[in-house]
Design a protein around this ligand. Structure first.
Ligand SMILES: C[S@@+](CC[C@H](N)C(=O)[O-])C[C@H]1O[C@@H](n2cnc3c(N)ncnc32)[C@H](O)[C@@H]1O
Ligand SMILES: Nc1nc2[nH]cc(C(=O)O)c2c(=O)[nH]1
Ligand code: SF4
Ligand SMILES: [Mg+2]
Length: 213
């Protein structure tokens, strides 16, 4: 199968338990909960998305005809630094990466020594072989992938209170303030919730604070 990648870059993971870790970000094009067009946002299942995932025209983006070609590009991206020793780490995101991340690609990047992470909305079951699964539930999408490494709930969402998820099997439970015009209020509300419910920790989008992708 071929893969549509919006963009690919090296950055530090900005969110959750792997914050600060050097990573190749491979952002797939397309999502099952929003078309990505502003004119559709108000009627989409997921309405607060902060990401442009349409097309393949971003930095390092493109169409990759085989898993090997995409894995080679991910490896070249990792090796583009002065010192690329240390455990190789790739984060597949999007858009919704589980629409495209398949066993062939997992196999091809694993063979090249990568630890594999995914950022998913949880509506599609993750294939075997992923080392770090971050699930971020959304309204209008049934939660199929309901186990993983971390559950990262964007907060607040009226239809998805944290109580809905507290009994699930995840190693970490995060509240991430919803970015947008009410980011400050949402951050205060997230802090208040974490103070009252210590199962939950605060995840800030640190890359946005320091101006890295
Ligand atoms: C753009 S999504 C792509 C991966 C996948 N589709 C998902 O929703 O998890 C990457 C992460 O950004 C989070 N996110 C998206 N829009 C956000 C916003 N406005 N404020 C805070 N986090 C947001 C998502 O919940 C998810 O954890
Ligand atoms: N630095 C950085 N960390 C991130 N963690 C999750 C992201 C995403 O968009 O999936 C993201 C992102 O876009 N940039
Ligand atoms: S599910 Fe993820 S990529 Fe899709 S619209 Fe929502 S936040 Fe954006
Ligand atoms: Mg992002």
């Amino acid at each position: 199968m071929s893969y549509a990648v919006k963009e690919m870059f090296v950055t530090l993971q900005g969110e959750g338990a792997q914050t600060g870790r050097a990573s190749v970000f491979c952002r797939f094009a397309g999502c099952n909960l929003w078309s990505g067009r502003e004119s559709d946002r108000a009627t989409a299942a997921c309405q607060f998305c902060d990401t442009d995932f349409i097309g393949t025209d971003g930095e390092g983006g493109g169409r990759f005809e085989t898993a090997t070609l995409l894995a080679e590009t991910i490896e070249a991206c990792w090796n583009s630094r002065a010192d690329s020793s240390g455990r190789r780490y790739v984060v597949f995101t999007g858009g919704e990466p589980l629409l495209q991340l398949d066993p062939a690609l997992i196999d091809a990047v694993s063979k090249r020594g990568f630890e594999i992470a995914v950022e998913t909305n949880g509506t599609i079951k993750a294939p075997e072989g992923i080392d770090w699964i971050c699930v971020s539930p959304k309204p209008g999408g049934k939660l199929i992938q309901n186990t993983g490494s971390e559950l990262k709930l964007v907060y607040p969402q009226t239809e998805l209170p944290p109580e809905m998820f507290k009994e699930l099997t995840f190693e970490h439970f995060w509240l991430q303030p919803m970015d947008g015009p009410e980011r400050l209020e949402n951050t205060q509300a997230s802090v208040a919730y974490c103070l009252e419910h210590p199962q939950w920790r605060l995840s800030l989008q640190t890359h946005k604070m320091i101006g890295i992708p």
